[in-house]
Design a protein around this ligand. Structure first.
Ligand SMILES: Cc1cc2nc3c(=O)[nH]c(=O)nc-3n(C[C@H](O)[C@H](O)[C@H](O)COP(=O)(O)OP(=O)(O)OC[C@H]3O[C@@H](n4cnc5c(N)ncnc54)[C@H](O)[C@@H]3O)c2cc1C
Length: 470
């Protein structure tokens, strides 16, 4: 999801990052056929036409609309959210410059309002009639969110994922796995004097006279600093590492309200043979193997999966997105063996009338039943498997409720409200303490955008910070 601008700023392609390009999404349907959402729109339209000629024709108009909307919103991703409640000179200046900068939005405003408020189902219905096609295009609006295609506001989640596909980069797998992105950032930083310390949990941010002056590690080591920038989730950062005693009560209340309840899960699986997806036809799909797959034949399937979670249980037929990066990336597994990453929903952080310790095995069987239905014999090919439920993600990465995006990326939790009103500009009530992770605008995904924006604000404050430290 990383835009070209961030990749270029950090010079990642010259520091070891290699993207192995992908072409399309394979979306099997219940009738034994499939839909393909491909970089080449002609292939997509051909697959739509099998189900609806009208939808195939509407695709060009839909694409043009989304391209238009993404240009506007992509620009806004890189803007520091203003605080619309400010009534001082700075507040008025910020509002005026925002209005001037976006004066050309004009009529597009009404279209953007749709994307910010509608459900992705209602939004897509404006163009498409076939429920499998709507599912194929709206599927992403359920990724990582406790919502479904028919939930109000889910159209924005769709946009968030569409934004991710920067046409100047394309999309694909980072060779060596996602850690290769962190490694490339590290390689670049070290050329500029950066030092990285891992396995070094921070116990607290040191606050002196309302100013952050360093961090203390759990092992007792202390690092003094002119400023502290944190990409840890905003809740543990402010509630534990800083402490409510240093922070405004109103902010702490707002932070508590920031919704993080998650239902997303991930299975990382090693298999002894390449999964064979039923009904996949390389010639029709315009790719040798599915780059990315949606296992959810239509909208009703997605809604039923959501309904189970809505009432406190895991989906009895979860939607799944299996990917097999080893088809493209030969560095990850021995010859002939493969890795399958399955992302899916829904597995609520907490179950009603049950606990995960008793349900983990049943849950895994439920996922395997879906996999076996679409990839015959899949479960018998498994060598080993890691199951990551929301409580596991919370424990391993420190994500409250295991929310993969640090909190819902619905419009009520974005822009000037992320993570809380008045502190959405990457600063905090503590001078010299900055937020630079996904709890800030524009939210989750491996985008590097919150960090880019935070860096810009830090550089703005730098002359002041330097003076304070002197
Ligand atoms: C299972 C899963 C699948 C995902 N799939 C995708 C995907 O396909 N595409 C995509 O773009 N995004 C995906 N995401 C989301 C993406 O990974 C995140 O949005 C992104 O990593 C956020 O980056 P970040 O730097 O803001 O925060 P994080 O990656 O959450 O980093 C915060 C870091 O702070 C550390 N930390 C927390 N507390 C402390 C402490 N006290 N001391 C020291 N360190 C601390 C944590 O260990 C962590 O390393 C996925 C996430 C998950 C969990």
């Amino acid at each position: 999801m990383m835009p070209k601008r961030v990749i270029d700023d950090l010079d990642l392609f010259n520091n070891g990052l290699k993207i192995l390009p992908c072409k399309g999404i394979f979306h099997p349907t219940d009738d034994g056929g499939s839909i393909v959402v491909h970089d080449d729109p002609a292939i997509t339209q051909r697959s739509f036409a099998r189900l609806s000629k009208k939808d195939a024709e509407a695709y060009a108009d839909f694409n043009a609309y989304m391209a238009d909307a993404t240009t506007v919103v992509r620009g806004m991703m890189f803007e520091t959210p203003l605080d619309p409640s400010r009534r001082d000179l700075k507040g008025i200046k910020d509002l005026a410059s925002f209005a001037w900068k976006h004066r050309k939005i004009g009529g597009k405003f009404f279209r953007l309002a749709d994307l910010f408020t509608m459900s992705s189902y209602d939004f897509l219905k404006q163009w498409f009639e076939n429920e499998s096609i709507i599912c194929a295009l709206g599927y992403q609006s359920s990724i990582g969110t406790f919502a479904s295609l028919k939930s109000p506001g889910s159209a924005y989640v769709l946009l968030h994922h569409v934004l991710a596909h920067d046409p100047d980069v394309g999309w694909g797998f980072a060779e060596g796995g996602m850690g290769a992105i962190s490694q490339a950032i590290r390689n670049m930083g070290e050329k500029h004097g950066m030092t990285v310390k891992t396995n070094a949990p921070v116990a607290r941010v040191i606050v002196n006279g309302g100013r952050a002056t360093g961090v203390a590690l759990e092992n007792g080591e202390v690092y003094e600093a002119r400023l502290v920038a944190s990409n840890a989730h905003a809740k543990p950062l402010f509630e534990k590492l800083v402490g409510a005693e240093h922070l405004p009560a109103e902010m702490m209340k707002d932070l508590k309200r920031f919704r993080t309840f998650s239902t997303a899960f991930k299975l990382n699986i090693a298999v002894d043979r390449i999964p064979q997806f039923k009904g996949f036809d390389p010639a029709a799909a315009g790719m040798d193997y599915p780059d990315f797959t949606h296992l959810a034949p239509d909208v009703d399937y997605m809604e039923r999966a959501y309904d189970d979670a809505k009432y406190g249980w895991y989906s009895q037929r979860p939607f799944l997105s299996p990917v097999v990066p080893t088809v493209h990336d030969k560095t990850l597994a021995p010859e002939g063996k493969h890795i399958v990453n399955i992302f899916g929903g829904h597995a609520p952080y907490e179950l009603k009338n049950g606990i995960w310790a008793n349900e983990r095995e049943n849950f895994t069987k439920t996922v395997m039943a879906v996999m076996d239905a679409f990839v015959p014999g899949f479960s018998s090919s498994i060598i080993d498997m890691q199951v990551l439920l929301p409580p596991d993600l919370e424990q391993i990465i420190g994500l409250p409720h295991g929310h993969i995006f640090h909190g819902e990326i619905t419009p009520d939790q974005l822009f000037f409200k992320r993570p809380v009103p008045h502190y959405a500009d990457y600063r905090s009530p503590i001078a010299g303490l900055y937020q630079c992770g996904s709890s800030s605008h524009p939210g989750g995904g491996v985008t590097g955008v919150p960090g880019t924006n935070a860096a810009r604000e830090i550089l703005r404050d730098w002359p002041k910070l330097k003076k304070l430290a002197a």
